[in-house]
Design a protein around this ligand. Structure first.
Ligand code: 3HC
Length: 315
């Protein structure tokens, strides 16, 4: 088939809402966009383990410790599914890690903020995983098959993550005055960075228009952000906590909440490496990579030894 008919076939599959699979022909830029988005998604899951991991040994009860341990382990699994999905597009695990460690690849800016109190763990589950679910549910219908299928499993676990975070916030909000203050302080610090998770405004997003054409994105950054705000503001009312935005107001005509301006200078400052924890997060990942080298070498040596043994037996 000529490239033109390959393109026609690709477009036809998209129009019929069929998934594109690893062995299908795809435009090079479609492949590149998916490698960029899926690998950065995977990096976000792995780096996202760090702020919460910080509180596993400090959890206030054994139950909270067990739940947080399970959540952090889930995030590791999400990262691995996503690295595997990205590998089906022709990039190696080592290349992806090199891109992360060298700063060439991004990960979600939200994970560059510190977790100062136990309430931050509640706010992360409630807001960050809540935003992740809002963004990831449509990705269960993204046009690239391996990515969509990875998302189905991820979303099931994210719901548990969001629920446990909300329960922590509800416990604190219904607790002592100090606990309620701790919950409000965490909401104040995590609200705006959570809105930034959805990416820049559509008008400033270089990728959204094409990603929508390719059905990689089903909804735009602004549409998802608005959905998140509309749902989460109501949840804050149940908690009895106030959203740190004086411009937040229900707009009867739009049937959505109007909200204040996002500080995009802060967003790009953190994305470009100048957030409160960027250096600490990347240093931890690079140290883990170095300290784990002997494990990788041993596993490869064992696999090689086994391969030789199996070949001898087969001969
Ligand atoms: N943090 C860091 N960089 C961001 C960002 C964020 N929150 N939002 C956007 N960017 C970057 C983009 O990566 C892009 O840079 P690049 O060209 O170097 O990759 C640039 O800003 C322009 O943004 P666009 O909106 O045009 O880029 P995208 O079309 O890729 O949209 C996205 C950004 C909405 C994050 C999209 O990539 C996406 O939906 N990714 C999948 C979901 C994901 O990665 N979520 C991250 C959080 S994972 C998580 O929360 C785990 C949970 O368990 C806690």
């Amino acid at each position: 088939m000529s490239t033109y008919s390959f393109q026609e076939h690709f477009d036809e599959k998209l129009d019929k809402d069929q998934t594109i699979e690893p062995k299908d022909w795809m435009p090079e830029n479609y492949r590149k966009t998916l490698i960029r988005q899926i690998s950065q998604h995977a990096h976000s899951e792995i780096i996202g383990m760090l702020p919460e991991g910080n509180w596993i040994s400090r959890a206030p009860t054994l139950r909270r410790k067990a739940v947080l341990l399970a959540k952090v382990q889930d995030e590791a699994g999400h990262g691995l599914y996503l690295y595997c999905a990205a590998e089906t597009l022709g990039i190696s695990r080592d290349e992806m890690y090199e891109q992360l460690h060298s700063g060439k690849a991004k990960y979600s800016s939200i994970f560059n903020y510190p977790t100062l109190t136990w309430a931050d763990i509640g706010a992360i589950g409630w807001l960050v995983d809540g935003a992740a679910i809002m963004n990831q549910v449509p990705l269960c219908r993204t046009s690239y098959g391996p990515y969509a299928r990875a998302m189905v499993r991820v979303c099931k676990e994210e719901s548990f993550h969001q629920r446990q975070g909300f329960e922590i916030m509800l416990t604190l909000a219904n607790g002592t005055d100090i606990q309620k203050k701790m919950a409000q302080d965490a909401l104040n610090r995590w609200w705006w960075p959570s809105l930034m998770m959805f990416g820049p405004n559509d008008a400033d997003s270089p990728h959204t228009e094409q990603s929508k054409k390719w059905r990689i994105k089903r909804l735009t950054n602004d549409e998802l952000r608005q959905k998140f705000i509309d749902v989460t503001v109501e949840q804050a009312k149940v908690l009895g906590l106030s959203i740190p935005d004086n411009d937040l107001k229900w707009n009867e005509e739009r049937q959505h909440f109007d909200f204040g301006k996002i500080n995009w200078d802060e967003f790009w400052n953190v994305v470009n490496g100048n957030g409160p924890c960027n250096k600490q997060r990347l240093d931890m990942r690079k140290n883990a990579w170095e300290e784990g080298r002997w494990v990788r070498d041993a596993a490869m040596a064992y696999a090689e030894k086994n391969k030789v043994k199996t070949e001898k037996q087969a001969a």
